[in-house]
Ligand binder design. Structure first.
Ligand SMILES: [Zn+2]
Length: 111
């Protein structure tokens, strides 16, 4: 097996190739939004799904096990929080077209 094949990884959702990258991971711990940066991952070139090595997930889990101690945080980030106003259009013809965030990201990139 060549070094190239060794690092090959195919997306389990869409079978596209994935490429290595360093990403930010965001997760909710109760009401608190946590960001972990500098996370090695593989990103699917087709559907943008991110894959993490089990060792990386273990290290994140260890942080979670310690309830993400704020004294270990690199910095504190302020995030804008929005709320979608209620949609009052009440159009009975309006069809619900459920899409995932990933579908939307691909769609908005194409605009
Ligand atoms: Zn994919």
């Amino acid at each position: 097996m060549s070094a190239d094949e060794e690092h090959k990884h195919t997306c389990k959702y869409c079978d596209s190739d994935t490429k290595e990258d360093i990403v930010k991971m965001s997760l909710w711990e109760g009401e608190q939004l946590i960001v972990v940066e500098n996370v090695p991952a593989r990103i699917c070139e087709g559907c943008l799904e991110q894959f993490y090595d089990s060792n990386v997930l273990l290290r994140v889990d260890q942080l979670r096990g310690r309830a993400f101690p704020v004294e270990d945080a690199k910095r504190i980030m302020e995030v804008p929080v929005f709320s979608l106003p209620e949609d009052n259009s009440n159009d009975p013809e309006k069809k619900q077209d459920w899409q995932s965030r990933i579908d939307y990201d691909l769609f908005s990139d194409a605009l």
